[in-house]
Ligand binder design. Structure first.
Ligand code: DGJ
Length: 741
């Protein structure tokens, strides 16, 4: 790994074993982009990569010169309107109304390691040898605005993390109306665009299309990163697939409004922008003030989509998630939400917990409904004290009873919200986000607290930390169940209202930071009506997230498959729920529900007392299996093998670091009669190792399993009728492969 600056050609070359990233200071002082791709040899001069041909209908920067136009130049920090007409990385609105700027190279600084981003989540290093960082300072002479472009290249994997800090060194105030974290101009558009989109209960479905001239984008304007689009996008070469080929992944370490777009120009140059959504964004920078953009992470892989995902998994598991839970196997939990909803009392909870304990569950999570007058979603949010009619001994008493039973105890909060029917709102009705004289739209009868205000965050911190200090709580589920409307803060002047969305998220991060610092042993799980804020920003504070409110095993195949493109299995909250399922009323076998949930954090979301004796035996076996293999399931190297978006069958697998053990999950949605003799080709094994399948004892070489495949159809595949044992709809199997060397 190195960051080299060639003084003579003014070229920066960042490289490691996987990726090269080359930029240069161009003759107008701007930073040009020359190459981003597979690692190439370093040399003094790559300036020939800069296009100089003149074109008709082009505007040129220099009088009498038809060789230099920003329109035909690939750039790192472009502005609009000085010969470039594409979407810019930055826009500075000045006192005289102009939005033109001219960011020219001033200096740079190369250092070992990676500096922290104050107040924002970001990837990090533990030793300086893990990464190198170059900060390139550019300046606009007219306004005095400085831009510090930061690039960190990690030793491992094709990872480049970027952010920008903007400093107003001028004398007048300006408004930042666009401040993207990443701009990358690629020389062609021969890519397929993959986005991860959906809605509540159907998050992160893969959608893809070829890039074409014009702009394609995903984003959120909802105040959260959203169920609708994840802040993640992939450009892959059309011939690339899961196992091979060139892929670029773009991930935004942020939990609020975002934009990821690719603009293909008339000459097939592709400009990728990643950052805070510029709509509604307007940040006033007074003289001397600065603005820090969130981090964007770029991953290059020439090992296909699995290679890219594995790089993200390692990075986000080891160098984005933090704290003592980062590397620890996650407790098997039982969450009472789908078991009881709001209808419970302490004795009922104890009954559910006792059964869970008997089955081997380790953590009991009390979900929504334990506080204030919260007997439905219409009241109580904000009143974070236990309802004594439900919990006579309060949270402290209940946690103690759980501890006596040998269970850890977890608790649900929705810190950012209030119901109008709450004592909190009656005390602080001016603490919600609301635009004067306009409607106050609600979502699930609740309103959003103005987390851009420190006093609001302080008060919520006081209430939450009080409970966590007093009661033995070892897990917190942090929920967020509506998007923001009528976004306006009563505490900010008119010319700062464009800051509220971002200040809100900074307030959320601040509360997370304070709570995780004070309670380092508590495991936090993020949630936003399921997967509405499943993003890398959250992962920095909460090492796992509730992936979706949809706990149906078949739906989960797509949701977890899509989620795995960016996020590690240790972050993917996955539970076994009741059948018929509460979201779809679909009936699926208990083993299939577990076989899907194993590939995640694993838990139960139902009243185990409602199961039959035979089912309880099965649950006990499932928990034993998970306890035996959870390190491999949560921290192994994950491979997607067969996509639920492409057919009736899905397969994925995880392989241990020493490649001696692997677990394959195979799933078939609908049964079919007289089907094919099916096999699935595995990945990641040692070709020369012999692996024994624990279920049937068959021994095969790794190369056999990877190139010939694992047979997935059973003896009854071609039959139908009474004697067919296990091939109904929603069938699934787990194959444990152990090396016999
Ligand atoms: C939405 C979450 O996703 C659910 O798991 C549950 O916690 C409910 N909120 C409770 O209101």
């Amino acid at each position: 790994m190195a960051i080299i600056y060639h003084e003579s050609s003014k070229i920066f070359h960042l490289y490691n074993d996987t990726v090269s990233y080359i930029m240069m200071v161009m003759k107008n002082g701007h930073l040009g982009q020359l190459y981003c791709g597979k690692k190439i040899h370093d040399k003094e001069d790559f300036t020939y990569l800069l296009e100089k041909a003149g074109r008709s209908m082009t505007s040129y920067l220099y009088e009498g010169d038809r060789t230099f136009s920003l329109e035909h130049t690939r750039q790192e920090f472009p502005v609009y309107g000085t010969t470039d007409y594409r979407q810019p990385a930055v826009e500075v609105l000045q006192e005289n109304g102009s939005r033109i700027s001219d960011f020219q190279y001033v200096s740079h600084c190369i250092r070992a390691g990676k500096p922290k981003l104050e107040g924002l989540p970001a990837t990090y290093t533990e030793t300086d040898s893990e990464a190198q960082t170059v900060v390139i300072t550019l300046q606009d002479v007219v306004t005095g605005m400085r831009a510090e472009l930061s690039y960190s290249i990690f030793e491992e994997g094709g990872v480049i993390a970027r952010n920008v800090r903007l400093v107003n060194n001028g004398t007048a105030s300006v408004h930042l109306t666009q401040a993207m974290s990443l701009c990358l101009d690629l020389p062609d558009c021969d890519y397929e665009w993959l986005q991860f989109s959906g809605c509540w209960a159907r998050e992160r479905h893969i959608r893809h299309r070829r890039l074409v001239q014009g702009t394609q984008a995903v984003g959120s304007m909802r105040g959260n990163s959203s169920h609708e689009h994840n802040p993640f996008m992939v450009l892959k070469r059309p011939t690339a697939d899961e196992r091979q080929g060139e892929v670029l992944g773009f991930s935004f370490v942020y939990s609020g409004n975002f934009l990821i777009q690719a603009e293909v120009d008339a000459h097939d140059v592709t400009r990728v922008l990643v950052g805070i959504h510029p709509s509604c964004f307007d940040w006033k920078l007074e003289s001397g003030a600065s603005f820090q953009t969130p981090e964007a992470v770029l991953v290059y892989s020439d090992q296909g989509l699995n290679g890219m995902s594995q790089t993200f998994h390692r990075l986000y598991q080891k160098r984005l998630a933090r704290g003592c839970w980062r590397d620890r196997e996650r407790p098997i939990l039982l969450n009472n939400w789908e078991a009881t909803y709001f209808d419970f009392d302490e004795e009922q909870l104890i009954g559910i917990a006792a059964r869970a304990k008997e089955c081997g569950v380790e953590l009991f999570v009390l979900d929504d409904g334990w506080f204030g007058e919260r007997r439905s979603d219409r009241a109580g949010l904000g009143d974070w004290t236990a309802n004594p009619r439900l919990l006579p001994g309060g949270i402290t008493g209940l946690a103690e009873r759980m501890e006596e039973m040998g269970l850890q105890f977890g608790l649900w909060f929705e810190p950012e919200m209030v119901n109008k029917d709450s004592d909190f709102y009656r005390r602080h009705s001016d603490w919600i986000l609301a635009t004067p004289g306009r409607s106050q739209s609600h979502g699930r009868y609740q309103h959003v607290l103005d987390f851009s205000r420190k006093e609001v965050v302080d008060e919520i911190y006081r209430m939450m930390s009080g409970i966590l200090r007093e009661a033995k709580v070892s897990y917190v589920k942090w929920d967020m169940n509506r998007s923001i409307t009528e976004c306006y803060s009563a505490a900010l002047p008119a010319d700062r209202q464009g800051e509220v969305f971002h200040r809100y998220i900074l307030g959320v991060y601040d509360l997370y930071e304070r709570l995780t610092a004070e309670f380092p042993r508590v495991l936090f799980e993020s949630c936003a009506s399921g997967g509405g804020r499943f993003d890398p920003g959250m992962l920095y504070y909460a090492p796992q997230g509730w992936t979706s409110d949809d706990s149906d095993a078949v739906e989960r195949l797509k949701i977890q498959y899509g989620t795995s493109f960016c996020y590690p299995l240790s972050s993917i909250g996955s539970h076994v729920s009741a059948s018929p399922n509460h979201q779809l009323l679909r009936r699926t076998p208990l083993h299939t529900r577990a076989n899907v949930a194993y590939f995640g954090t694993f838990g139960y979301e139902l009243d185990l007392n409602a199961l039959t004796g035979a089912e309880i035996t099965q649950v006990k076996e499932q928990i034993c299996f998970m306890k035996k293999y959870r390190r491999l399931l949560q921290f192994g190297t994950f491979y997607r093998l067969q996509s639920p978006f492409e057919g009736n069958e899905t397969a994925w697998m995880t392989v241990s670091e020493d490649r001696k053990t692997a677990i394959v999950g195979w799933y078939r949605v609908l049964n079919h009669v007289n089907g094919n003799f099916a096999r699935v080709r595995l990945a990641g094994l040692r070709p020369d190792y012999r692996y024994r399948s624990v279920s049937d004892g068959r021994i095969c070489y790794g190369d056999e399993l990877m190139y010939l495949g694992l047979i997935t159809s059973d003896d009854t595949a071609s039959e139908t009728g009474m004697d067919v044992k296990s091939c109904g709809d929603f069938e699934s199997r787990i194959y444990v492969l152990e090396s016999v060397e």
